[in-house]
Design a protein around this ligand. Sequence first.
Ligand code: NAP
Length: 309
Amino acid sequence: MSATDVHKVIIVGSGPAGLTAGIYTGRAELNPIVLAGFEFGGQLMTTTVIENYPGFPEGIEGPKLMDNMIKQAERFGAKMVYEFVRSVDFSKSPYKLVTDENEYFAESVIIATGSSPRRLGLESEQAFWGKGVSTCATCDGAFYKDKVVAVIGGGDSAMEEATYLTKYAKKVYIVHRRDAFRASKIMQERALNNPKIEVVWNSEVKEVLGDQFVTGLRLFNNETQEEGILEVDGMFLAIGHVPMTEPFVGQVELDSHGYVVTPDGVRTSVDGVFVAGDVADPVYRQAITAAGAGCRAAIEAGKWLEEQE
Ligand code: NAP
């Protein structure tokens, strides 16, 4: 592969969307390049067992599922390149993609960069990152054996993380900014029925406190307007996700939250640039929906390439 090669299709991202696109464009003999980022596999690399991916009645480990997808894509000729796309130029064809190491050119592109966990945006949160502040219970939960932790958020992720953390921690607080969860009923019930979990309602984290490691949170109760300290050894954020669209700003149309705008779930504002997965999906965000989207984007990219000939 030389720097001046123009590839038929380049896929950016290596979660279920990107790798499914890799399988399909590979089987269509388009010799896809998958610019996989530094860490392949996306968010499923930080999950444990995935129980709702069809075809695995006993569940499958997230990293195992992603490893299988890579092997399957490679089997059909997809080339995995572990570089991180910093910027793109979609103003003229062939489209240019720039990583730290190289420049790549492609007739068509599939954006499948996914999303990453949202942060509160506090200075103290940054200061204690990795020292008691985490976005991944399955990665870091084991460090909190017999300790006290807080999970921030009121969605399914918060319920899931809190429930998971009870395996290790002796006490898990769920700190939520409102007086009701948005999580599904079944996930709420599972968390609320767990004797180790206690909910702190109507509360916002104003500061993460600690010395070397987290020792507590300064909370503001927006109902009573009072501040208080919650003593914890760790804080797990589960407050949603932000799409990974930084390299595409000004190149494809993004909505006000940064998600790629797509009229049909596949096309973008640029002819020949397609999108798949969480980077364009604030709603479903499931491995299977991302994989399905990767399949659709690959088929459409193939059709589009044929039309150009
Ligand atoms: P989410 O549903 O968007 O929930 C985010 C939560 O964080 C909300 O409760 C929100 O509060 C809170 N929040 C957002 N920004 C905040 C801030 N700056 N400060 C404090 N709190 C903040 O996100 P999610 O829980 O990650 O779930 C995303 C999607 O994945 C959902 O569709 C969910 O069903 C799905 N999911 C499914 C499963 C499963 O089925 N096993 C597991 C995890 C996720 P408000 O409620 O006040 O807005």
